[in-house]
Every structure is written in structure tokens, then in C-alpha cells.
Design a protein around this ligand. Structure first.
Ligand SMILES: *Cc1c(COP(=O)(O)O)cnc(C)c1O
Length: 387
């Protein structure tokens, strides 16, 4: 197999187009004509199959190192699809620092249908093992977690899942396959919000599941066709376009994020920086053993929720917006934004601290990003003195 950067640009089967188009064309069609009433062609209906989506899925599978990949209408549709691998009475053990929408899905849609989800600190394999029961069929983790950047040992969790006859699914949205390929580390399933780094431009909502075992993919593909949750052709085309620059973008973003993390770690108004590339990060060694870079998302604390709000609102280059992974930098208060969807009963245990600020670093010149954060921190400190 060719190197990762080459696979970002060239997809298996990319030379299949009958007219020799250099770029896989957008088949913006819901139906395909049949030669005969009694025989289907290669494609018949876009819900079931579309050449543009097939091109995207071949690319995703090659990047993740899977037997195949399935593209969904969103990251949540991709995670939600995993329910088709479970039955009522089955149990899931999930990390306790997850995307807020994932917790909402588990608690509000899965639990009422008889799938119990138990939460454990995924950075502690013993805690995950203790949460498992004879009914555990799925382990579901993020690493690094969002927004606290805790690290789970994927090889250890894969061994645990195998020993218990459960599947390990990893939400890889935060790093993307440039930096971490969970299937190569022993995971059974990798899911991602392709809205983030895979798309990279915050202009497409999409999700994906990749797996090593074709039988798992077949079950998921059947369910996806049955319920119609596949990604639409235009979104698939945009996403395939974004993937070609994935390696370039993410490496530039990582370099910028490192500069930002070092700047914040040295700033007197910042009391903690969560970034697995910094010395002293508790999961740094495990992260380095399973990922090739620290990523472009980091978070930091100020010990003062009101001060943090002023920092976020004082930034000019970092825009206030949910999500991450785009070529432009964004800043959020996760407790009020991306994680506000955590159900109230679980908020005390699972919600991020109110003073936590999350950054997603884009491809702007880091010098401009540091200047923006410096002025926002100064501005917030001045406002506090004034009030
Ligand atoms: C954004 C996100 C999701 C949900 O993806 P959508 O594309 O918004 O549906 C799931 N997991 C993580 C870690 C995310 O950041």
C-alpha cells in the first residue's frame, strides 16, 4: 500500500470514470436508468449506492486501513448506526469524557430501548474492565477526549474487548487518520464526525464508520440502506475534495497548536493547559505510542468562568463557533456550547468545568494567533480590574 500522504490524493479505483475525468465526478442524481425492467445495473438508487459516495468510501477505507468504510449524513448518524450491532439487554461501556451529543444519544435514545450504557474513565483500563459485565457488547471511547484531552490506551482496550468478546469502537474525530488509526491498534470500529478534520473546511456535515471485518460492515450497510442515513452525493464530493489536503492541513494545524499550547502554558493568567504534546501531560507517553502527533485541539482553564467568557469574547481571529478541525481557528466554552446537550442528570458528573476554554487551531500564521490570544487575555484582565 502506498504512503498515507499519497492515499490522501489517490483513491483505489479513481481511474474508473468512463470519460477519464481526473477528479471523481459528482453524480448528483437520485436514480440510475436500467437497461431492462428485470435487471438492475451497477447502481439503481442513490440511497442504496452512488458512485460519488463509493469514491469517498474507498478513500476513507484506505486512510483508516479498514476493509471498508461507510459515509453517513453526520457524525451522530455514524455513531447512532452502531446501535444496529446491539440488541436490547446488551450493555455498552463508554468513556466518561465524550462529545455531549454522544452522551445524549446514549441516554435519550439507546437507554430507553434497553441498551444500558455505563461510563468509566477510559484513561484507566482497570476502571473500564470493572464497568464491564457479562452483557457488555461494546466499548466506546474517544482519545484524546474532547474537551479534556485525556488519553485512553487503545491497545489495552482492544485486548480487554477481545478478552470479553466485546467490540471496541473509537471515535477518532479529534485526530483523524493522519495522526491515529485505531483499526491498526486493534479496534474493531472507528467512527468519526467528518464535519471536523476529514472535511476540514466547516462546509459539510458528515460522518463515517470504518471497520476491519467485512461482516460488520455488511450489517451496517444493510441498516443504512434500510433507514436511509447515507451521505448525499454533493456532501460526499465535498468531503472527498477535503480529504486530499488532510495530511497537509492537519500537520500545519498541529504545528500551530503546539505554539499556542506553549504560549498558554507560560501565561500567568492560565492555570492549566490540556494538550497531549506538552511535557507533564499525564497521557503523553501512551499518546505518543499510538498517535503520530498531538493534534490541533487543546483546552485551558483560568479558574474563573467569567474571566474565561471574557477571553472567548475578546478574541478577534479565533471565532466563537462550535465544532473544530477547520482551516480557520475557533474558540469555545464547551460547558456552554458543544457539551450543553449532556442530559441534566449526568451533567454534574460528565460536564466540562465552566472555566474551560477549548481552541481548535487552524492554518493561520501562529504569530497572528498568539497575538490574538495575548490581547484577549489582557483585555479580560483589564475588564476585571475595571469591574
Ligand atoms: C462533532 C462530534 C461528533 C458529532 O458529529 P456531527 O458531524 O456533528 O454529527 C461526534 N463525536 C465527536 C468527538 C465530535 O466532535
Amino acid at each position: 500500500m502506498s504512503a498515507f500522504d499519497t492515499r490522501c490524493v489517490h483513491a483505489p479505483g479513481e481511474d474508473r470514470d468512463p470519460f477519464g475525468a481526473s477528479v471523481a465526478p459528482l453524480y448528483q442524481t437520485a436514480t440510475f436508468r436500467q437497461e431492462r425492467a428485470t435487471e438492475f445495473g451497477a447502481y439503481d438508487y442513490t440511497r442504496s449506492g452512488n458512485p460519488t459516495r463509493d469514491d469517498l468510501e474507498a478513500r476513507l477505507a484506505a486512510l483508516e486501513g479498514g476493509a471498508g468504510a461507510l459515509a453517513y449524513a453526520s457524525g451522530m448518524a455514524a455513531t447512532g448506526a452502531l446501535a444496529h450491532l446491539l440488541s436490547p439487554g446488551d450493555e455498552v461501556v463508554a468513556g466518561d469524557d465524550l462529545y455531549g451529543g454522544t452522551t445524549r444519544l446514549f441516554e435519550r435514545l439507546w437507554a430507553p430501548r434497553g441498551i444500558t450504557v455505563r461510563y468509566a474513565d477510559a484513561s484507566d483500563p482497570d476502571a473500564v474492565a470493572s464497568a464491564c459485565t457479562a452483557r457488555t457488547k461494546l466499548l466506546f471511547v474517544e482519545t484524546p477526549t474532547n474537551p479534556l484531552l485525556r488519553i485512553a490506551d487503545l491497545r489495552a482496550l482492544a485486548a480487554l474487548a477481545r478478552a470479553r468478546g466485546a467490540l471496541l469502537a473509537v471515535d477518532n474525530s479529534l485526530l483523524s487518520p493522519v495522526l491515529q488509526r485505531p483499526l491498526e491498534l486493534g479496534a474493531d470500529l472507528v467512527v468519526a464526525s467528518a464535519t471536523k478534520f476529514l472535511g476540514g473546511h466547516a462546509d459539510v456535515t458528515a460522518g463515517m464508520v470504518a471497520a476491519a471485518d467485512p461482516a460488520l460492515l455488511e450489517r451496517l450497510a444493510f441498516a443504512r440502506n434500510a433507514e436511509g442515513s447515507a451521505l448525499a452525493p454533493f456532501e460526499a464530493w465535498l468531503l472527498a475534495r477535503g480529504l486530499k489536503t488532510l495530511a497537509l492541513r492537519v500537520r500545519a494545524q498541529c504545528a500551530g497548536a503546539r505554539r499556542v499550547a506553549e504560549f498558554l502554558a507560560a501565561h500567568p493568567r492560565v492555570c492549566a493547559v490540556h494538550y497531549p504534546g506538552l511535557p507533564g501531560h499525564p497521557g503523553r507517553a501512551i499518546h505518543a505510542a499510538q498517535a503520530s502527533g498531538a493534534g490541533a485541539v487543546l483546552s485551558f482553564a483560568t479558574d474563573d468562568a467569567e474571566f474565561s467568557r471574557r477571553v472567548v469574547e475578546g478574541c478577534r481571529l479565533f471565532s466563537i463557533a462550535v465544532s473544530f478541525g477547520a482551516v480557520h481557528s475557533v474558540i469555545t466554552l464547551p460547558g456552554k456550547m458543544s457539551h450543553a446537550s449532556i442530559p441534566p442528570a449526568l451533567r454534574e458528573r460528565l460536564a466540562p468545568p465552566p472555566d474551560l476554554i477549548r481552541l481548535s487551531v487552524g492554518i493561520e500564521d501562529p504569530v497572528d494567533l498568539l497575538a490574538d490570544l495575548a490581547q484577549a487575555l489582557d483585555h479580560a484582565a483589564r475588564e476585571r480590574i475595571a469591574s
